[in-house]
Design a protein around this ligand. Structure first.
Ligand SMILES: [Zn+2]
Length: 297
């Protein structure tokens, strides 16, 4: 694995050998710099990078400045590097925003014009994941690039891409409030206008074992052509969008409304917006993210 640290036009590449420093017995990971860079001030005999860069790398919550992560020491470009890097960023956002814990949930991005996609791997902690860990695969399950095993829910992602040509990104979470209603096996009605990101409601897909083709089929059927989010019974939430930012926003806003719905039901009976009003709102949210139609109310 190699990591680039961007510095305007002066790009330095550091390579993580995966070993600890033997020369000075400092127990730091050994890095090799391929280009001379005055800023690094590398001590002779030890190829450890300065502590500030090392800390940035080890912290992993802070993407290196230009976020470029390359695959090998020849500087060969990683396949679909942009999509894979974007997924690692949103996996961390998913953790930080409380939409999942550990390595739960998963994210994918379609490779434009195909039914292939980049998807998070199974059993890799999201706070230490790198672009090289993201799996590139086809909808039939064949792996195009990566040493990792894809998320156990890859069938669900593949089924969405096959069923909905306009969907470019899929976010699956175990967000607690949405999961609460998924466990109650109830749909989420339009108790708040922000549910319009998902549609006029959040439908419920019947229970099926995680990772199964049955779950993939159930999710796609419930999603239909209308909705951007669906609850998976006794499991979690699936959100889709025209790009990753959009799909992530659908997941976040759905979780917000699920929480409000739970709170409102705890002390009373919330009103539900009628379908014609939700029709207007979902139409406005359809183009969310474009300059002409931002949402900050
Ligand atoms: Zn899941």
């Amino acid at each position: 694995m190699t990591v680039s640290v961007g510095k305007s036009n002066n790009i330095c590449k550091i390579y993580d050998s995966g070993h600890t420093c033997k020369t000075l017995e400092c127990l730091s990971p050994v890095f090799f710099c391929t280009l001379s860079c005055a800023e690094w001030q590398q001590p002779a005999g030890c190829l450890t990078v300065p502590v500030t860069i090392l800390q940035m790398y080890q912290a992993r919550h802070t993407p290196l400045r230009d976020g470029i992560i390359r695959r090998n020491q020849q500087g060969e470009s990683m396949k679909y590097e942009q999509e894979r890097t974007q997924i690692t960023i949103f996996l961390r956002r998913m953790l930080l925003s409380g939409l999942t814990v550990g390595s739960g949930g998963n994210i994918s991005v379609r490779i434009a014009g195909t039914d292939a996609f980049c998807i998070s791997p199974t059993a890799v902690a999201y706070d230490s994941i790198t672009a090289a860990d993201i799996v590139v695969m086809r909808s039939d399950g064949s792996i195009l690039d990566s040493a990792r095993t894809p998320s156990s829910e890859w069938r669900m992602h593949a089924a969405v891409y096959q069923a909905r040509a306009e969907v470019i990104a899929v976010v699956h979470t175990h967000s607690p409030y949405a999961a609460t209603f998924a466990c109650l096996r109830e749909e989420i009605p339009a108790v708040h206008y922000l549910l319009g990101f998902a549609g006029r409601k959040v439908p419920l897909a019947p229970y099926a074992t995680y990772g199964s083709e049955e779950l993939a089929a159930a999710a796609v059927t419930a999603l239909g052509n209308e909705f951007h989010a669906v609850l998976l019974a006794t499991h979690g939430l699936l959100a889709v969008g025209r790009n990753l930012e959009h799909a992530f926003t659908v997941a976040e806003e759905t979780e917000f409304v699920a929480r409000v719905y739970w709170q409102a039901r705890a002390i009373g009976t919330p009103a539900v917006l009628p379908d014609d009003e939700m029709q207007r709102i979902t139409e406005r949210f359809r183009h969310y993210g474009s300059q002409e139609n931002t949402h900050d109310e």
